[in-house]
Design a protein around this ligand. Sequence first.
Ligand code: CDP
Length: 241
Amino acid sequence: MSSFTNNPEPNLASFVVALDGPAASGKGTLGRQIAEHYRFPYLDTGILYRGVAWLALDTGVQPSDAALTAKIASGFSLDRIKNADVRSPEVTAAASVVAAHKGVREALFDFQRAFAKTPPGADQLRPGAVIDGRDIGTVICPDAPVKLFVTATPEIRARRRWKQLIETNPTIPEADVLHDIKARDARDQGRADAPLKRANDAELIDTSDLGIPAAFAAARPIIDAALERWSAGAAFKQSPA
Ligand code: CDP
């Protein structure tokens, strides 16, 4: 059996499933399911941008302030947002504002890249990770063996997010959620640095008409085929003729 240890190719040190897509497209749910099935650790990179946004709002820094938010990002650690409500609509909107600053993205790059190369808690014989975000397949892990771009119509995404939000805020209108999602899509797709877009080699999964089991069923053969190629490549590299 092939092993992934001692792989001489640093970029091939772990099997990364890169999941990108717009807000509430279902990539988080799908990502967690993939992670559980293949026993890979999971990183939701949105939490990093949400965390920086929460710290900015908490300390009176304007999310539009590129220099101060980059400073917050450079001292960021998940410990600093342990009890923070990073899912509120205010933090959500601010996250996509801070995420447009080059300095913020640069400051968060190393953490994401380190997770991809040496996934914490990964199986040493088959190290891998599932990483979800906006620029994982394009910027953070352009060499990922699996890239999935998960999307759905704005209306369906807004309905899903609204259903989550009314559990804590029962009066929030669905139309407001749709408005916020469209505004965030526009900011995420329109920014100069690492905009949200499908990588050329990413497989598209449109979850507009797919439930969670169907989305997973669409992803699974793609991942299985890539894992097989990966295993064959690793074995070949370790036993030169
Ligand atoms: O959960 P949801 O899809 O609503 O958003 P999220 O993944 O938590 O991301 C929140 C915001 O962070 C996004 O709207 C992006 O602006 C930003 N983000 C990003 O720019 N790059 C990433 N890799 C992840 C999130």
